[in-house]
Structure formats: structure tokens, C-alpha cells
Design a protein around this ligand. Structure first.
Ligand code: ADP
Ligand code: MG
Length: 271
């Protein structure tokens, strides 16, 4: 039996590891003319690890408090901090009143103190840097590093060829960390230290029919407003997966340009 082309495209994409949610989503993907990528968890693997702690107090104490505040966090930074504490066999105190603010950080009540782990105003180098505070006093700085996905550079180049425009990088991370990833994958237009709403605005500024590829809950608003949205599904947030037009099931970003090309061919057949 022959399937209608749009459904055939969905089935085909599924075999390659992208779930496309509807025929309308194929249509949208087939008309994108610009691409924007999130950094952490999208161009990078999204499993950062702690590479340094700077503090005047005891490193382990700062890490244990940070892990306490992050223990309910779904953010890759939070998971990395909890994992680092586990690797050092630290006793992580319990916490109450956990609150996460997308693009900013977390705060929780740990014992009699309010502990927060949040973005830093500046970074000493091109690692991701977060600040730990207790009762609003800075007690330490934690540095994290993440690995690039091996497929990111090729995906960026293929999408540049397909759309005729070099993709853009939109991230909540600091400028130096953003620039390092941009250099590694060949992205020139880099916008860093963006809050979720700043990503929405940036998508608008890029202009045209933008495909946004992201993973985090901080990416959901931008995914929702972009012409087309693709979520990284393996470690991506549930909200982002729900908001996207298509979901990358595995780890390979090569499926993104492949999907755009497939969607274009499917449209051509229909029209
Ligand atoms: P990206 O756009 O690179 O995926 P996010 O918007 O999720 O990044 O986060 C931007 C910045 O906000 C992080 O680099 C970090 O400084 C801070 N941040 C976000 N969530 C957390 C968290 N759970 N713990 C500490 N810092 C966080
Ligand atoms: Mg992200």
C-alpha cells in the first residue's frame, strides 16, 4: 500500500530516530529558512561535570549545600552537582521549599539557611560557572564543563547549506562558554546570557521561518513561538518535548538536517 507522502515522511523520520508529531509539523519543517540552536544539552551532550570549586570555606561543605539545594533539580547543572557530591561520598542534607527558576537557578531551605545556586554575572574562563549562596552571601563558585556532541559541527554545516544561512546560537550560559562551543561548531552569530523570554525575542530578531532546536524547560517558550521546534528527547524536559513539532529520540544531531531535507521533499510531492 502507498502512504500519503507526509505520512511516509513521518514514518521515514521515525526510522532515523526523530518523532514528527503531525503532518502539519512536516509542512512547517519543510519551509524553515533559518535555524537557531540552544547550547547546553543540544549542541553539547547535556551531561556536564563539576571541574572546579572555588571557595574560602571547605569545598565539601559548599558542594554538599549546593547538592542539597539541587537535589530535586531536573537541570543538567543540578544533576552534575548532585553527582559530584555523590562521588565524594558527601552527606547531602535534606532540603525543603525547593524552587527552580528556568534560566537562573534554584533555591531551597537547607536546615536554617536559604541556599541558592544560580548563574554568575561573569565567568573567569570558558566553563559554565554557578554561584552558591547561603542566606544571600556568596560562599563559593562551582565550575562545570560539558562535551560537544560529535555530530554538532556537521549538523550546523548541513543546515547552513540547506537554508543558505549560518545557524545562530542562543544560550543562557555565559559569553565565553557560548563562544567556545560556537567556535567548535562553526557558528558566528552567538547570543549568550539569555533568559527564556530573551530566547523568544532572539528568535523573532533572526527573522524568517526559524527552526529552533532545544532541550530545556528554558527553551519551551522559544520552541512555542518559532515557526518550527525540535526537542532533544533523551534528556530533554517533558514540557519542551510536549511543545516541539518533532523530537530527536537518540543523541545524533545529524537527524535534524536530514529531517528538514525529508520534509522539503515530502512537501514537493504534495504540491
Ligand atoms: P542553556 O540555554 O545553555 O541551555 P539555561 O537557560 O538552562 O542554559 O541556564 C542558563 C544559566 O542559568 C546556566 O548556565 C546557569 O548559570 C543558570 N542555571 C540554570 N539552571 C540552573 C540550576 N539548576 N542550577 C544552577 N544554575 C542554573
Ligand atoms: Mg539547554
Amino acid at each position: 500500500a502507498t502512504m500519503p507522502p507526509l505520512l511516509a515522511a513521518i514514518a521515514n523520520a521515525g526510522k532515523r530516530g526523530v518523532l514528527v508529531k503531525s503532518a502539519v509539523a512536516v509542512e512547517q519543517l519543510g519551509t524553515v529558512d533559518a535555524v537557531a540552536f540552544d547550547k547546553t544539552g543540544t549542541l553539547t551532550e547535556g551531561t556536564p561535570h563539576v571541574v572546579g570549586i572555588t571557595t574560602d570555606e571547605k569545598e565539601d561543605e559548599v558542594l554538599a549545600l549546593a547538592a542539597a539545594a539541587e537535589q530535586f533539580s531536573e537541570h543538567p547543572i543540578g544533576r552534575a552537582i548532585v553527582e559530584a557530591a555523590r562521588q565524594r561520598d558527601l552527606v547531602v542534607p535534606s532540603a525543603t521549599g525547593f524552587r527552580a527558576t528556568p534560566g537562573i537557578g534554584v533555591t531551597a531551605r537547607v536546615g536554617h539557611r536559604t541556599v541558592s545556586v544560580h548563574r554568575a554575572d561573569s565567568s573567569p574562563n570558558d566553563n559554565t560557572t554557578v554561584v552558591v549562596t547561603a542566606d544571600h552571601r556568596q560562599i563559593g563558585v562551582i565550575e562545570l564543563a560539558d562535551r560537544l556532541r560529535p555530530s554538532s559541527g556537521q549538523a550546523v554545516r548541513d543546515l547552513a547549506v540547506l537554508t543558505g544561512r549560518n545557524p545562530v546560537l542562543l544560550t543562557g550560559d555565559n559569553h565565553l562558554a557560548a563562544q567556545r562551543v560556537a567556535n567548535a561548531v562553526g557558528i558566528i552569530d552567538v547570543r549568550a546570557e539569555l533568559l527564556p523570554q530573551d530566547k523568544v525575542r532572539a528568535v523573532g530578531e533572526i527573522g524568517g521561518r526559524v527552526l529552533f532546536v532545544g532541550d530545556g524547560v528554558n527553551d519551551a517558550p522559544a520552541l512555542a513561538t518559532a515557526h518550527s521546534g525540535i526537542a532533544m528527547g533523551r534528556k530533554g524536559s517533558a514540557l519542551t518535548v510536549d511543545t516541539a513539532d518533532a523530537v530527536v529520540v537518540g543523541d545524533d544531531l545529524a537527524v535534524v538536517p536530514a529531517l528538514v531535507a525529508l520534509a522539503r521533499r515530502a512537501r514537493r510531492v504534495v504540491i
